[in-house]
Design a protein around this ligand. Structure first.
Ligand code: NAP
Ligand code: MG
Length: 485
């Protein structure tokens, strides 16, 4: 694939032009150069893709494949991604801006792993037998069936692995899919789907419609032929998807934003805690839904921890992700840079203090330096809203604060995606973990994602879970069968 090319849609096993024509430029956020044009898919193209997915679900080779054969296709796809890993990582970095090493290990490496992980589930989905209390003699069992045609909508922050994770979970469950990547970062999904074709998936099982959220995305969520939407992105669009899905009561899984708290107690391994706090908020320029963006530090160690984080922030090499020594790339777009800088400006106007960073770097490229704010309070937008940029708000808590009070502060958010606790007191760690409303709690680690652990949010961070058995089962319906013996 040459990234300067104009790409097409992939529908029913073939690359086709959008019916109304039209393309959208995609650029490198580090250089602002246009690096390709994606097809501008619209409602008519979504219709064709959904029809193809419906036919593939009901007719032809796909429904006749055994679970092992479905797994085999996913393993073959994983091998192909592995064989093209360097090329895919180049595409991901150029289109999204993330450091090349992150693209290789997290996005492409993560893709290879999740394809193999979900391939394994194809042969392991089971129902249950149970004993009804009705009079008589019974065989009663449940069966898991594919939910049907799934619309998969993914964001721009870690584009390839998000697409691969949804595609593989759906396909492992026996669904057929229409994938809609983010307009800003569709190139790795396009190359991935070329490999889908090479792997030999039957036509119509995996379809790709690129385009904008308001055209292609909206058409997919409105479509009466789509049985399930799996969405990752903003809470606002998530809510609009729920409304749009009410037409045919589509099943909906939502992985939305976060404003995740992190607590560091004085007895913690402070060096590790400070390093993890910086890593969590500066990774991928803060464009990570689970970024620990609110940090609460016990007063006795506040200055020392803040100083260590500021030191790390100032030492980070910000630049083009293709440069070997870059640790933090640009933000995805000029709009995102304005948005992030706007949160900081507003916080400062409301009394926050910038310890490092704070305003955009000179272009070209949408660069925001690692930024640390203190003096922030819970009535500031920067503390309440997901910034989705490298901006950390650090706040102290009293040395004698009760756990209930800390939990109240941590839970004082519409979001509930993740929370982090650093302490050597194991009882305190688990008591606080119990009190926090978060889909994932990390204790003495910044790691909180694994293919084999369910991932998702409490409150307005989402509906349902991805990853693990739950992630594949989210693409199934349960059927109860009663047999009178
Ligand atoms: P977004 O608008 O929610 O975009 C996510 C995906 O939904 C993209 O593929 C987008 O398409 C599509 N989309 C947009 N409007 C749609 C609609 N009406 N119907 C169906 N699909 C639609 O997110 P964003 O504007 O790119 O980012 C805004 C904020 O969302 C960020 O600043 C961040 O706070 C949050 N966010 C969270 C995550 C996460 O991982 N939880 C990821 C990304 C963003 P197009 O992009 O092609 O228009
Ligand atoms: Mg781009």
């Amino acid at each position: 694939m040459t990234t300067a090319a104009t790409h097409q849609l992939y529908i029913d096993g073939a690359w086709v032009a959008p019916q109304a024509g039209g393309s959208l430029p995609t650029s490198n956020p580090a250089t602002e150069e246009v690096i390709g044009h994606i097809a501008r898919g619209q409602a008519a193209d979504v219709d064709r893709a959904v029809d193809a997915a419906r036919r593939a679900l009901n007719e032809g080779d796909w429904p006749a494949l055994t679970p092992a054969q479905r797994a085999g296709l996913l393993y073959r796809l994983a091998d192909l991604v592995e064989a093209h890993a360097e090329e895919l990582a180049d595409i991901e970095t150029r289109d999204n801006g993330m450091p090349r090493a992150m693209a290789r290990f997290a996005s492409v490496g993560g893709t290879i792993q999740v394809l193999r992980y979900n391939a394994g589930w194809a042969t392991k989905l089971t129902g249950e037998t149970s004993q009804p209390s009705q009079p008589g003699e019974w065989l009663a069992y449940t069966a898991r069936e594919p939910v049907g045609v799934a619309g998969l909508i993914v964001p721009w922050n870690v584009p390839l692995v998000m697409a691969a994770s949804k595609v593989s979970a759906a396909v492992a469950a026996g669904c057929t899919v229409v994938l809609k990547p983010a307009e800003l970062t569709s190139l790795s999904a396009i190359r991935f789907v070329e490999l889908v074709h090479e792997a030999g998936f039957p036509p119509g099982v995996i379809n790709l419609v690129t385009g904008t959220g308001t055209e292609a995305g909206q058409a997919l969520v409105d479509h009466p032929g789509v049985d399930k939407i799996s969405f990752t992105g903003s809470t606002a669009v998530g809510k609009s998807i729920i409304r749009a899905s009410s037409g045919n009561l589509k099943r909906v899984t939502l992985e939305l934003g976060g404003k995740s708290p992190s607590f560091i107690f004085e007895d913690a391994d402070l060096a590790a805690a400070g390093a993890a706090a910086a890593q969590s908020i500066f990774l991928n320029s803060g464009q990570i839904c689970a970024a620990a963006s609110r940090l609460y530090v016990q007063a006795s160690v506040f200055d020392a921890v803040v100083e260590a984080i500021v030191e790390r922030a100032q030492a980070m090499r910000v630049g083009d992700g293709m440069a070997a020594d870059t640790q933090m790339g640009p933000l995805i777009s000029a709009g995102q840079l304005d948005r992030v800088a706007g949160f900081v400006r507003e916080a400062v106007a409301d009394g926050a203090e910038v310890l490092t960073g704070g305003s955009p770097l000179a272009g070209p490229g949408h660069f925001m330096p690692p930024t640390v704010l203190v003096g922030t309070t819970h009535d500031m937008t920067a503390v309440r809203e997901e910034i989705f940029g490298p901006v950390l708000c650090v706040m102290p808590f009293a040395d004698d604060a009760e756990l209930d009070e800390l939990a109240r502060v941590g839970n004082d958010s519409n979001y509930g995606l993740s929370a982090t606790i650093w302490t050597r007191d194991i009882s305190r760690a688990h008591r606080l973990a119990r009190r926090l409303q978060a889909g994932t709690v990390r204790i003495n680690t910044s790691t909180g994602m694994d293919n084999n652990m369910p991932y998702g949010g409490y409150k307005q961070s989402g509906w349902g879970r991805e990853n693990g058995r739950a992630g594949v089962e989210a693409f199934t319906e349960i059927k109860s069968v009663f047999v009178g013996l």
